[in-house]
Design a protein around this ligand. Structure first.
Ligand code: GUN
Length: 369
């Protein structure tokens, strides 16, 4: 197990955790946000730029890289890090989530999942062992168990049976691992409290170096997600990192940290950016809006980036004209914004004032308006 987590401070006001995550490719302060680099690229940015707008830990996807270009080509380059020339640390998701979210006509069996390629229609099979084998070739520092993320409105019986299988898959993945990559178990169980607690308990008994919380931010309400996090917070081991998968709106990051989460990833900042939505220190804006046609100010007057010289009017023009530079500028902004937010969150934890910070931030950002 090549990672180590040190819990260094617990915020007296909120219970939020500040710690250090030691990996073979760097030590990272937590809570941390990890930008998503699904296909061995954080869309539109160079690795040098990713370095500037991240804390040095990013995510890649097993499902996508397995299908394209294939894990052996990635391995021949020295894994994802060599392939994309990323000298920071990496985490890969197992592919489970993508099989369930991107494909239809799946057949879930005890041995794994049979499904069709989301574009070509080719017949494919992914199993807990295969997901580990691929992730070993991709070479990330932290890897994920193969899991099923059931729909948030799945019945109790479906979710119970799915969870039981996901726990067996976690055990099989653990047995299949031949490297010292840190394999995390993923807590599932939908919105059912007893299933969530059972999932956490069984995974903790299996003793993983870290625990992911999956199956959230999949269509349920925010209050339901926060309820599950509140439920899990006291039962998760204090000395292991906790990773909330696929969550990354600014308010959910703050609320997640308050509920004991140490790591996050989400496509939201990068995907929103490509659709013209910017996170700024004074709130969210849609750059295509007419109100910015003559706006000569920078995207975010409170956040200096190498792109700060450009006016909103210019960036709006780039989007209207479908020029790629517009997407780059917005991607940089949104990730720089989240990096800054996580830094402020960590500082507030260390100063035992995260609830005060939440109030200030939500007022500034517009959630309380
Ligand atoms: N990404 C977001 N949610 C999930 C989940 O439940 N499982 C996995 N493997 N990845 C995710």
């Amino acid at each position: 197990m090549a990672i180590r987590f040190e819990l260094l401070h617990t915020c007296k006001q909120s219970g939020a955790r500040y710690g250090l995550l030691h990996t073979p490719h760097g030590t990272f302060e937590t809570p941390i946000f990890m930008p998503v680099g699904t296909l061995a690229t954080v869309k539109t940015l160079t690795p040098e730029e990713i370095k500037e707008v991240s804390d040095g830990l990013i995510l890649g996807n097993t499902y996508h890289l397995w299908l394209q270009p294939g894990e052996d080509i990635v391995k021949a380059h020295g894994g994802i890090r060599g392939f994309m020339h990323w000298d920071g640390a990496l985490l890969t998701d197992s592919g489970g989530f993508q099989v369930f979210s991107l494909t239809d006509m799946r057949k879930i069996k005890e041995e794994g999942v049979y499904f069709k390629h989301h574009k070509s229609g080719e017949s494919l099979f992914l199993s807990p062992e295969k997901a580990i084998e691929i992730q070993e070739k991709l070479g990330a520092d932290i890897i994920m168990s193969f899991d099923e993320c059931p729909p948030h409105d799945a019945s109790y019986e479906y979710t119970r049976d799915s969870l039981a299988r996901t726990l067996r898959w976690a055990e099989r993945g653990k047995k299949a691992l031949t490297t010292d990559q840190a394999l995390f178990g993923i807590v599932q169980g939908g919105l059912y409290d007893d299933l969530r607690l059972e999932s956490a308990k069984k995974l903790i008994e299996m003793d993983f170096p870290g625990y992911s919380i999956g199956g959230l931010s999949v269509g349920e309400s925010k209050s339901e997600m926060y309820r599950i996090l509140d439920l899990l917070n006291p039962v998760m081991p204090k000395d292991k990192p906790r990773y909330l998968m696929g969550v990354g709106s600014p308010d959910d990051l703050v609320e997640g940290v308050i509920r004991g989460v140490d790591m996050f990833d989400c496509v939201l900042p990068t995907r929103n950016a490509r659709h013209g939505t910017a996170f700024t220190t004074t709130g969210k804006i849609q750059i295509r809006n007419k109100q910015f046609e003559w706006d000569m100010t920078s995207l975010d007057p409170n956040l200096q980036t190498p792109f700060s010289k450009y006016s909103k009017s210019y960036i709006r023009h780039l989007f209207k004209a479908e020029e790629i530079l517009g997407m780059r500028i917005m991607t940089y902004q949104n990730l720089a914004f989240l990096k800054q937010l996580m830094k402020e969150i960590r500082q507030a934890i260390l100063e035992d004032r995260l609830l005060d910070f939440k109030k200030e931030f939500f007022t500034r950002y517009g959630y309380l308006k």
